[in-house]
Design a protein around this ligand. Structure first.
Ligand SMILES: NC(=O)CC[C@H](N)C(=O)O
Length: 304
């Protein structure tokens, strides 16, 4: 049987003495000052046993990791119609690029790049009575944890500097693929990105994607067909123009965020969350990528 705690301890030891930790995300001013020496990891196996190291209980901004959760909620609300407004192909571009959006007439390549997530946010704004409150309640239910919240300072910070997201939303609007007011949709989007969680909470929340769509409490959020699709999207699109590298090095469906978090899972085996705020050039956690590579290499556990 795999000794996950021993593997995490070895990863932590290696990470602690690494001095090439990458850069924090300075384009969202509130994220720029996070201590790049933080490092945490939390793993939950299929028997719901927990293993952790480092700053695994410290909150951080989940940023783009939230795109998987908003997609999950939107799929539950409108089902397959969602795919009329957003594609399922990797973009091979950075998360905030706009060129393909124009070439492809306002249909974003996939729901995990910013433009795609903004369309998903638009769907939620249309469908939910109190979008921000209802989305937060959805996540708190999955995690069974009322303490999960938005960080209003991070949301405001991104609103003040999120020019590319405003550009994306306006472009979508010009193609008729954004139904609501740009400011309203982006207010929701900036808040979803500003949700804070710890590695422990994140692993708990994403447990459902490795468990046939059922959360740790046993409640179903996705059917097996939908969960297959979301895992396929995480594998092919979860790391933008580094998705190939993540599949190559780590070999798991997963999702990153510019807060330095990465969550990944092996269906029916484990769900793991890692946090190290320094990013590589592609906007993915530098040590997080290395830690997950070591996890799957040392244990021999990956989807390949
Ligand atoms: N990759 C990310 O985490 C990007 C999310 C960030 N809120 C943005 O829209 O730019």
């Amino acid at each position: 049987m795999t000794d996950f705690q021993k593997t995490l301890d070895a990863i932590y030891k290696k990470a602690a003495c690494s001095d090439a930790r990458g850069e924090t995300a300075s384009y969202i001013p509130e994220l720029a000052d996070i201590d790049a020496h933080k490092f945490g990891m939390h793993l939950i196996d299929s028997d719901q046993r927990n293993y952790s190291v480092g700053d695994s209980n410290e909150n951080f901004s989940i940023q783009s990791i939230s795109k998987v959760l908003s997609l999950t909620m939107a799929l539950g609300l409108i089902g397959e119609d969602l795919w009329k407004r957003v594609g399922v192909e990797p973009s091979g571009d950075p998360f905030n690029h706009l060129s393909l959006l124009e070439q492809e007439n306002g249909i974003p390549r996939n729901p995990l790049i910013n433009a795609g997530a903004i369309v998903v946010a638009d769907i939620l704004v249309s469908r939910l009575k109190r979008p921000k409150e209802d989305f937060l309640a959805f996540i708190r239910n999955i995690a069974n944890d009322r303490s999960i919240s938005y960080n209003e300072r991070v949301a405001a910070s991104e609103k003040a500097t999120g020019f590319r997201n405003f550009a994306a939303a306006h472009l979508l609007k010009s193609y008729g693929n954004l139904k609501n007011d740009v400011d309203l949709v982006l207010d929701f989007y900036f808040h979803q990105c500003a949700i804070e969680m710890s590695c422990a909470q994140l692993a708990k929340t994403f447990f459902l994607y490795g468990n046939g769509g059922r959360c740790m409490q046993g409640q179903g959020y996705l059917n097996t067909h939908q969960v297959k699709r979301i895992n396929a999207l995480m594998l092919t699109c979860g790391f933008y123009d580094e998705a190939g590298e993540f599949a190559f090095e780590v070999g798991l469906p997963g999702k990153s965020g510019v807060g330095g978090g990465i969550v990944a899972l092996l269906p029916n085996t484990f769900c793991v969350a890692c946090w190290s705020p320094g990013l590589n050039k592609k906007g993915n956690s530098k040590l997080g990528m290395e830690a997950l590579e070591k996890l799957t290499s040392d244990t021999g556990l990956s989807i390949f």
